[in-house]
Design a protein around this ligand. Structure first.
Ligand SMILES: Nc1ncnc2c1ncn2[C@@H]1O[C@H](COP(=O)(O)OP(=O)(O)O)[C@@H](O)[C@H]1O
Ligand SMILES: [Mg+2]
Length: 247
């Protein structure tokens, strides 16, 4: 469904991605793991067209998308939930959802999708007339995910949805992701929370300083001594590890 081959992305002269190749098959939940600064967000931004790769190709459902505008890519069915749940804090919950559905031409469909979001997240309905900036971190994450779901994406890109949330909310957010996946949405999930991400993923890629360092199923990655010993055994976060930051 999604295929990246040899992607190289720069910020000015700084090379953030050094030839990344990866694949997401329809119906899968694939995770990209890696420390802070490894290039995880850059991969998602390159897929959704927010930054353009210098080299390499990206195909989505057989069509090349690496030279397309972000709006075109959204319209093709790729939803992006950015890092730190970038909602519009001054707008209400309802207005934020409408922004997510900006591509929907029919008003009825917009309201239908909003109702679906409220069914999924009743708390958002209760807060629909409040400014999004006043929501708790977990509620903002639910809003951010709901906003991306307004276009019913075939592929959902999730950038560290658990970042900065309490353990209880992390659990809740991961349950939501699992549910979305089971309802048929294909998901590419970026995480630093290795154990949790791998526990719900079909396949994982490990990124170090802009390169894919390892890939495999949960079991295969468990078999990798380096991964097991340093990151999986005791539920540690990879943020603390030297190896994952390329050191
Ligand atoms: N807008 C930017 N301008 C310049 N450098 C950037 C920018 N965004 C990210 N980088 C750099 O690119 C690298 C990868 O960043 P990023 O994709 O955000 O990593 P991750 O999401 O894994 O933490 C880092 O070295 C980071 O400093
Ligand atoms: Mg990031």
């Amino acid at each position: 469904m999604l295929k990246l081959v040899g992607i190289e992305t720069y910020y000015g002269k700084i090379k953030a991605l050094h030839g990344v190749s990866l694949e997401v098959k329809e119906g899968q939940l694939v995770t990209i793991l890696g420390a802070n600064g490894a290039g995880k967000s850059t991969i998602l931004k390159t897929i959704s067209g927010l930054v353009e790769p210098e080299h390499g190709t990206i195909h989505f459902e057989g069509k090349r998308i690496d030279r397309k505008d972000p709006e075109e890519i959204v319209a093709m069915g790729i939803g992006h939930v950015p890092e730190w749940r970038r909602i519009f804090p001054e707008l209400t919950v309802e207005e934020n959802l409408k922004m997510g559905g900006f591509l929907l031409k029919e008003k009825e469909l917009l309201f239908e999708r909003m109702e679906e979001a409220f069914k999924h997240f009743p708390i958002l309905e209760k807060r629909k007339n409040q400014k999004a900036g006043n929501l708790s971190g977990g509620e903002q994450q639910m809003l951010s995910i709901s906003r991306a779901l307004m276009i019913k994406p075939k592929l959902l890109l999730l950038d560290e949805p658990s970042l900065g949330l309490s353990p209880l909310l992390v659990q809740e957010i991961f349950a939501i992701i699992k549910e979305l996946h089971q309802s048929g949405v294909t998901i590419l999930l970026v995480e630093q929370n290795v154990n949790r991400a791998l526990s719900i993923a079909d396949y994982g890629y490990v990124l170090t300083t802009g390169k894919i360092f390892l890939s495999g199923t949960y079991e295969e990655l468990l078999d990798e001594e380096k991964v097991r010993e340093q990151y999986l055994g005791e539920g540690k976060y990879i943020r603390r590890s030297k190896l994952w930051s390329g050191g």
